[in-house]
Write a protein that binds this ligand. Structure first.
Ligand SMILES: C[S@@+](CC[C@H](N)C(=O)[O-])C[C@H]1O[C@@H](n2cnc3c(N)ncnc32)[C@H](O)[C@@H]1O
Length: 506
């Protein structure tokens, strides 16, 4: 057995030892024991001599085992102030010794077997022989030369490489662990580590649980270290219940600057994240609504924020009336319209939603609906303030005077709401109907947007405002205003029972 020392990677010292195949049964005792235990516990895994089966372990099992061998030293448990030096650890890795000129050809065929760790080179110089290289192998896939698959052995044979396995002492440092491995090692055993965070430009936005709070600064620093481009980590310190829906947040680590820039669906938005609402989880919903719009349509964005409905709509050549009560959102909305070069297509307001509906929206609707029959475009009203938007629907009641326009021209509302009900779609339909004073059962569709918390859904109800609601002194049959519903939650019989003549509540 020879012992060689050589600098590697982050100027660390490494040791290579030769061992014969029988000895390699004992190559990684700790890893093997852990692996064998895992295999015994795993259902549907057939243990045959235990060695060969490693190569056919399902992905999940492989990953779990990796997290044991490649987990930081146990004495980092409970650390609240990050000490990167405490993460040093040496693990024994199998390596294959090959002539340097065949490395590239061989690596293509050894992808499965090669070691894959952050910051670890898979091929290093052979400290003993300048003409050779060492290929680092995955200790959970390769224990002895028997662990190679047939195709791998064939290529080794073709290239005249001995499948003999050597062992190599590899020093891991903080840089070589993944954030999840670091936090799992530090936080109390058996409790949740951070499952994820929202990324808003350079900011990692976390929502820490109570048991994670003693480690909050360390967690913030790990997020910054392990996620390129993240330079600030903040924690939400209460639920969003303020008027402007921006988060109250605490800086955990990194720069205090909350002025940020994000890209969503190919558009750019700039804003101060501490002062306005922004949720990266809504990008799909923003594009779903934008996809419904055609060039020439009119969009009223009642709770516009910094513009994620407004800007794509204006880019589609819609005329947009965008409003937000928060002066900061209003400021950034204007800024983002200019930034995305749609200033000409958007009129921006800083009003309460009700005043916006009863002022600029009413005025514009009167003009738009007068154009009536020759108009091919549609009118859309987006109301994304899920905690309250339904309450604003009553502003549509008797908003307009005069003769109703034809039903296909009536404005289409997309109104968001949360629901904790067992039947969220029905709950939202009923509450929206109550606010308008009509049943929306047969003339609305409800789209599930996202699960906000256990038992709390965010939904979007879409409907055309019935003329009986929008115009003063109307008495009409609801059936006259029914469009084919996009999605019905009930059977047709149940719907027909609810069709009835209604009188506008003026
Ligand atoms: C949930 S955010 C939605 C922002 C944006 N539409 C989006 O999708 O990201 C709701 C917005 O409504 C604004 N807001 C809250 N109350 C309002 C009100 N009474 N009138 C108008 N805007 C309001 C908030 O400032 C916030 O920007």
């Amino acid at each position: 057995m020879r012992i060689l020392w050589r600098p590697f990677g982050f100027s660390r010292l490494l040791k290579v030892e030769r061992c014969n195949p029988t000895e390699s049964e004992l190559l990684i005792p700790l890893a093997r024991t852990a692996l064998t235990q895992k295999l015994r516990k795993a259902p549907c895994i057939f243990l045959l001599g235990q060695r060969k089966r490693v190569s056919t372990m399902p992905e999940m099992e492989t990953n779990k085992s990796h997290s044991e061998l490649f987990s930081p030293p146990s004495d980092v448990r409970g650390m609240t102030k990050l000490d990167k030096t405490a993460f040093k650890k040496t693990v024994t890795i199998p390596v294959l010794k090959v002539r340097k000129e065949i490395v590239n050809r061989l690596m293509q065929s050894l992808r499965r077997a090669a070691l894959q760790r952050p910051g670890i080179k898979r091929v290093i110089e052979d400290p003993e022989d300048a003409e050779c290289r060492l290929i680092m192998l995955d200790p959970y896939k390769i224990l002895t030369h028997d662990s190679f698959e047939k195709a791998e052995l064939n290529i080794l044979n073709q290239l005249d490489v001995s499948p003999q396995i050597f062992k190599y002492n590899l020093e891991l440092t903080y840089e070589n662990f993944k954030s999840e491995e670091i936090l799992r090692a530090v936080l109390p055993e058996g409790q949740d580590v951070i499952s994820g965070f929202s990324r808003v430009g350079h900011i990692a936005h976390l929502n820490l649980r109570d048991h994670q709070l003693p480690f909050k600064h360390l967690i913030g620093q790990v997020m910054i270290d392990k996620n390129p481009g993240i330079t600030s980590a903040v924690n939400k310190i209460n639920n969003i219940d303020n008027t402007y829906r921006n988060f109250e947040m605490e800086l955990l680590s990194g720069e205090e600057n909350m002025m940020t820039k994000v890209r969503e669906n190919n558009y750019t938005y700039e804003f101060d994240f501490s002062k306005v609402y922004w949720n990266p989880r809504l990008s799909t919903e923003h594009s779903r609504i934008t996809d419904l719009l055609k060039s020439g349509d009119v969009l009223f964005d009642v709770f516009a924020g910094v513009g994620p409905f407004t800007i794509p709509a204006a880019k589609k050549n819609c005329t947009v009336f965008a409003n937000d009560l928060n002066p900061e959102s209003h400021k950034w909305l204007l800024h983002n319209c200019k930034l995305n070069k749609v200033g000409q297509k958007v009129k921006v307001f800083n009003l309460d939603g009700k005043d916006f509906l009863q002022g600029p929206v009413k005025e514009e609707l009167l003009q738009q609906l007068e154009l009536s029959e020759e108009r091919k475009s549609s009118i859309h009203i987006v109301m994304n303030l899920p905690a309250k938007a339904i309450e604003f629907l009553s502003a549509f009641r008797s908003l307009l005077d005069g003769q109703p326009c034809s039903s296909e021209l009536l404005p289409r509302v997309h109104c968001y709401s949360f629901s904790k009900d067992a039947d969220p779609a029905e709950d939202v339909r009923q509450r929206a109907g109550t606010a308008l004073g009509v049943s929306l059962e047969a003339c609305s569709s409800v789209h599930p947007v996202r699960n906000v918390a256990p038992n709390k859904e965010m939904l979007c109800i879409t409907f055309q405002i019935p003329a009986a609601v929008l115009y003063k002194n109307q008495t009409i049959k609801l059936e006259d205003h029914e469009d084919p519903p996009v999605k019905r939650q009930k059977t047709d019989d149940a719907f027909s029972e609810e069709k009835r003549e209604i009188v506008s509540n003026t």
